[in-house]
Design a protein around this ligand. Structure first.
Ligand SMILES: [Zn+2]
Length: 205
């Protein structure tokens, strides 16, 4: 694994919401996703498309207040570059957005994993440590936001007594190669999307 500097472009948003970030090293000893490529000079680059529009927290029943930003935590020689969402084993994992299942993959660290693209080809969502896939899930399948795609587990290197979803968001290069994305902190994206939904729901009343 390559040691990568953490992207901090969205951290100010987190601070603005006054969310306490614990320093505890959660969960994995090493983590799941293949190393996202990153080159010098990219650290200050904002995502060219601010995703998060409508992204759902990908674990059923989890509220924003339960999320902890673990993006920058160390994982045995590299940064985590994902968020860990604690939930009981077997809890529904739902698609964070509409898109297509690009890869179903079983890796040593990530265990049972899903790579799901969005509808624009700009983003890749990665779900790891799954207990199992939803029945019938297949590569190439279109999924809708909120659709159950898998169940929370501890496959790969997750501690067996700490079931959680390891969730990462990658911004893909223009070539669209799904395995070459840059990791973006999912935490502010999820918080922002939930906030926008709350505002929209108040506006409708
Ligand atoms: Zn993780």
């Amino acid at each position: 694994m390559i040691t990568l500097a953490a992207r901090r472009t969205l951290s100010a948003f987190v601070i603005a919401f006054g969310i306490a970030i614990t320093g505890a090293h959660l969960f994995e000893r090493a983590d799941a996703a293949p190393s996202p490529r990153r080159t010098a000079g990219e650290e200050q680059r904002m995502p060219s498309v601010m995703s998060g529009d409508g992204m759902l927290i990908p674990v059923a029943g989890i509220q924003v207040s339960q999320l902890v930003d673990t993006f920058d935590q160390g994982r045995s020689g590299h940064s985590h570059h994902a968020i860990d969402i604690l939930a009981p084993r077997g809890t529904d994992v739902v698609a964070t957005a509409d898109g297509r299942i690009r890869k179903l993959f079983n890796s040593g660290d990530g265990g049972i994993t899903i790579y799901q693209g969005d509808t624009t080809g700009h983003w890749m969502y990665y779900y790891a440590h799954l207990d199992r896939y939803a029945d019938g899930l297949a590569e190439g399948a279109l999924v809708r936001r909120g659709e159950v795609i898998a169940y929370v587990g501890t496959t790969g290197n997750a501690p067996k007594n700490t079931p959680h979803l390891h969730f990462a968001v990658f911004e893909l290069p223009p070539s669209g190669e799904w395995w070459k994305g840059d990791a973006i902190d999912p935490y502010p994206l999820l918080v922002n999307a939930a906030r926008q939904r709350a505002i929209a729901s108040v506006a409708r009343q």
